[in-house]
Write a new protein. Structure first.
Length: 156
């Protein structure tokens, strides 16, 4: 499998998993998620096609138009964060997938991810545990119970 095929395989698996967890988000939360995903994609100063494809797929699932996504990509507005613990852990997981989707974790991306964890009220050390568990699971998938277990132990 080439790097691109691996990325696509990961995207498809994660896409199917995350598709079931978006229905409860309101419009503001959807826009916030996309804004954070865009910030993560841009963190290393290289906005790759696989990252753009991931964003457009997520935007499509969320019912966000291409025009709205373009506005988010160009915007610096930050929307409120999810109030519930489960939603916050899902958000940090989605951001982690964005960071890893190009198979390169830059120091800038890791710093931003840990900053997002703090913003979400999660201890940054939980990120290391989550990444390790993603590496242990085929396709990098973690279920809600896994996320709650990781971050309920490591709460800020």
């Amino acid at each position: 499998m080439t790097l691109n095929q691996k990325n696509l395989f990961l995207l498809v698996k994660i896409y199917h998993f995350m598709h079931h967890n978006f229905h409860h988000l309101n419009k503001e939360q959807k826009l916030n998620l996309l804004h954070q995903l865009v910030r993560m994609a841009k963190a290393d100063k290289v906005f790759k096609f696989v990252e753009f494809k991931y964003l457009t797929d997520i935007a499509d699932v969320l019912g966000i138009t291409a025009t709205q996504l373009d506005e988010i990509i160009e915007s610096d507005v930050i929307a409120p964060l999810p109030p519930k613990m489960l939603d916050r852990t899902r958000q940090i997981y989605r951001l982690t997938v964005m960071m890893m989707v190009d198979d390169i974790i830059s120091p800038e991306e890791m710093i931003l991810l840990k900053s997002f964890a703090v913003e979400l009220g999660l201890i940054p050390e939980g990120i290391e545990i989550m990444i390790r568990k993603m590496g242990e699971n085929k396709g990098g998938m973690l279920l809600d119970n896994d996320l709650i277990e990781i971050f309920s132990i490591n709460m800020n």
